[in-house]
Design a protein around this ligand. Structure first.
Ligand code: ATP
Ligand code: ZN
Ligand code: MG
Ligand code: MG
Length: 474
């Protein structure tokens, strides 16, 4: 990829979130992640090219120096900032415009700075042995997997119903989504296979912006407004089927949709519980979740009685464990944190130059990581303590907002298991097909310091909306 000879025809629209738009290279396993900003400002970029460069460099530093050490290097690809020719960026923005979903078009792509983040394309890993079957990649945005401690919250409901489940009522009430998702993050983070299975089934049923499937780098399953859901599910099954024809099924290719979906979910659960690479099962010690009472959400439709062997907890080398631990750096909840935020804010009003020493807007280096890791448990009334708690909270916010990408590649297609077992395989007595997989975490941007008051207001709105509309008996 030569930066001075960029051609928009080599790139295509790949996807976008709230903050950035992503294009992928048609041949190389690379993506460019470009900033977006509100459409009202389209004539008038909110920041200079240097500021945009700094912002993306901050993202790289935050990811590589802070998040990677908390989440585990093996899951993280931080990428690098690139400076692109402006003409290329303009042409690119015109080219992708018509592929963008209408509901994302309240923001426009940054065409002024020429800055972007260049990353490996995690939906088309090119590292494996050549195979006929393109990789299947599943993206999950899991959101927050625990309930806050009763010590810091003013409303009892927050210790019973998780943030995601309450937020669903708010989003439907405000027209963001037509239907509520019945996914509950606490089920996904439980480490209990049945609960995880249940959670993923609901992600498939109502993906919203929490679930996507890519095949050979192309998005083949995601939430699309106004589309017929049952048709979508059929087309998903059609995409999945070739990956799950094995053993007996490979011969007579009979496999009910239900069995197919079950096998798919089982493979995904295995990958999420594994150490993150290769084809092996989950290794490492199983660490139980602190405070059992804080790991079950009353809004989840999972029947507690169905948990046969209690909560197994998550293996400590699994991606979910690492994300959950990082999320739990939010130990005070937004309500407990806000007074500390105010302490820092007040201090900065009196001593604006302290912003740099306290590393409020970075740099996100080892010193920043040390500040949040060495933070004492007792509040000594200092601004340093308050700033460290704010840093912890912001890191936790990033971990609540990141996505997991699981790349599955069918492996051992040749090694047949029909010695002695040929012909009739015992019904339901099968191993799932062999996949080699790799697990990554993406979207690790630092959340701005001044977003905290907004977080408090949003929290209050979500809780009061839930108390008004959602807390009715199911
Ligand atoms: P959010 O609204 O979740 O904060 P965002 O604006 O920060 O999103 P990302 O989540 O980083 O943006 O990227 C948007 C989408 O682009 C992702 O959901 C994913 O589907 C795709 N994407 C991002 N990075 C990569 C990558 N390295 N490889 C493949 N796809 C990617
Ligand atoms: Zn929940
Ligand atoms: Mg995202
Ligand atoms: Mg993001």
């Amino acid at each position: 990829m030569e930066l001075d000879k960029m051609d928009e025809n080599d790139w295509k629209y790949h996807g976008e979130g709230n903050k950035s738009l992503v294009v992928s290279h048609v041949q190389l396993s690379r993506v460019l992640r470009l900033l977006k900003y509100p459409a009202e400002d389209s004539e008038n970029p909110p920041q200079t090219a240097e500021q945009a460069f700094r912002q993306i460099q901050n993202i790289v530093d935050f990811s590589s120096n802070v998040m990677s050490s908390l989440l585990g290097e093996k899951f993280i690809h931080s990428g690098e900032v690139v400076k692109l020719p402006l003409e290329f960026v303009r042409q690119l923005s015109i080219k992708v415009q018509h592929q963008r979903p209408a509901w994302r078009c309240d923001k426009v792509m940054d065409i002024y700075s020429g800055c972007a983040l260049c990353l490996p394309n995690l939906t088309s890993p090119g590292i494996h042995q050549p195979t006929h079957t393109p990789p299947l990649c599943i993206e999950i945005k899991p959101k927050c997997g625990f309930l806050p401690s009763p010590k810091h919250v003013s409303k009892d409901i927050k210790t019973k119903v998780c943030r995601f489940c309450m937020h669903q009522h708010y989003k439907v009430a405000n027209g963001k989504w037509k239907r509520r998702s019945l996914y509950c993050p606490l089920d996904l983070f439980s480490g209990n296979r049945q609960r995880m299975h249940f959670a993923i089934r609901h992600l498939i049923e109502e993906p919203q912006n929490n679930f996507k499937i890519f095949k050979g780098g192309q998005c083949v399953y995601s939430s699309k407004e106004g589309s017929d859901d049952s048709l979508d599910l059929n087309s998903l099954l059609h995409h999945l089927r070739p990956y799950f024809l094995y053993g007996n099924n490979r011969i007579n290719s009979h496999m009910t949709s239900k069995a197919l979906l079950n096998d798919f979910i089982q493979v995904l659960v295995n990958a999420l519980l594994s150490g993150g690479g290769g084809g092996g099962g989950g290794g490492g010690g199983v660490t139980d979740r602190r405070g059992e009472g804080r790991s079950f959400c009353e809004a989840s439709l999972f029947n507690k009685e169905r948990i046969r062997h209690g909560s197994q907890g998550l293996p400590s080398d699994s991606v979910l464990f690492r994300i959950l631990q990082t999320q739990m750096l939010d130990s005070l909840d937004i309500e407990g944190l806000h007074p500390l935020y105010r302490r820092v804010e007040q201090h900065l009003q009196d001593f604006p130059k302290e912003r740099t020493r306290l590393q409020i807007d970075g740099p996100y280096n080892e010193a920043f990581l040390e500040k949040l890791q060495k933070c004492s448990t007792e509040d000594d009334g200092s601004v340093e303590f308050a700033a460290a708690k704010v840093h912890q909270y912001r890191v936790a916010m990033t971990a609540k907002d990141c996505s997991i990408m699981v790349a599955l590649l069918p492996s051992g297609e040749e090694e047949d298991d029909d010695e002695g077992l040929s012909g009739q395989r015992r019904l339901r007595d099968f191993r799932p097909p062999a996949f080699s997989y790799s697990v990554s975490i993406l979207d690790l941007d630092p959340k701005p310091f001044d977003s905290i008051p907004r977080q408090l207001r949003l929290d209050q709105k979500i809780v009061s909306c839930y108390l008004r509309t959602g807390a009715l008996p199911k």
